[in-house]
Design a protein around this ligand. Structure first.
Ligand code: GUN
Length: 284
């Protein structure tokens, strides 16, 4: 029976640390960190995500603000808003909620954000620093996964880490972070042959495919550590991960649940990244 990794508990401890440091630095510097989230359009899931970010920021003493722009916003208007925020010294972190409406080029938007304010870590400067192992801003979900492994004292060095999914937001950056920590990393994707056989060799498995219960219990090596990044609805509209939890839990040494696993870590790491940008902007 696997230990269930409690993402709520771990994220709460990270948020508590961020809150304490924010309180201390607020006194010292005379202002709070500022995080501005831009939401373009009315996507229902995005509405919930940005509200959560604002609420969590406030709980931690960070000035969280949402700028809501209509779906009809042009790319030029959005870039102008980002430029204003880049030049606003009270704003330490800028996050443009994705996905954007199809008439806006996501890459151009990412490029427009000052890399020192890019709390998502998606700007090519931050992605490049990650790739070559220089200090920069690390994307929240991959960073949250590493913090979970550290918290649980799971050894990474020399382990076979298998990542399913090659997205820029999760699969690619988490692969680099695991490689930096000396894992032997295999990245799998939709064209991978014999996926179950590759997964059977995984000491650490990160599933980030976005398909409900895609990873079966009989693919799991005894004692494996399973990190499930998926948030899907099953046939009964129940929230489930990319891994068949009931089956996999019997084989794994550690496993993250959905919900209550990776999800809460992402938002905690966004607050952590905002604190880092605030410190950088104040030469700390
Ligand atoms: N939409 C879903 N996940 C994310 C994320 O990590 N950052 C941003 N900006 N938008 C998202």
């Amino acid at each position: 029976m696997g230990n269930i990794i409690d993402g709520k508990k771990i994220s709460a401890s990270i948020k508590e640390e961020v809150k304490k440091e924010v309180e201390f630095l607020k006194e010292k510097i005379g202002r709070a960190p500022g995080l501005t989230v831009i939401l373009v359009g009315e996507d229902p899931a995005s509405q919930i995500y940005v509200k959560n970010k604002e609420k969590t920021a406030k709980e931690l003493g960070i000035n969280g603000e949402i700028i809501r722009m209509p779906r009809s916003t042009t790319q030029e208007e959005l870039l102008k808003k980002i430029d204003e925020l880049n030049n606003n010294p009270e704003v330490d972190g800028i996050l443009v909620q994705l996905p954007l409406p199809s008439h806006i080029d996501e890459f151009q938007v990412t490029l427009a954000i000052d890399p020192s304010k890019d709390v998502d870590g998606f700007h090519p400067v931050n992605m490049g620093k990650l790739l070559i192992g220089k200090p920069g801003i690390i994307p929240c979900t991959p960073y949250g996964i590493i913090k979970m492994l550290e918290y649980e004292k799971i050894e990474i060095e020399g382990k076979n880490a298998v990542i399913i999914g090659r997205s820029n937001i999760v699969g690619k950056p988490v692969s680099i972070l695991l490689l930096q920590r000396h894992a032997t990393v295999t990245i799998c994707h939709s064209r991978t042959k014999n996926l179950p056989d590759i997964v059977k060799g995984a000491d650490i498995l990160v599933a980030a495919v976005g398909k409900a219960k895609f990873v079966k219990g009989n693919w799991i090596k005894d004692g494996a550590v399973i990190i499930d990044v998926g948030i899907n609805r099953d046939e009964n509209s129940k929230l489930v991960g990319d891994v068949d939890f009931e089956e996999a839990e019997k084989k794994a040494s550690h496993i993250t649940p959905v919900p209550g696993g990776v999800g809460p870590m992402t938002i905690a790491m966004l607050m952590y990244n905002t604190l880092q940008t605030f410190k950088t902007h104040n030469s700390l």
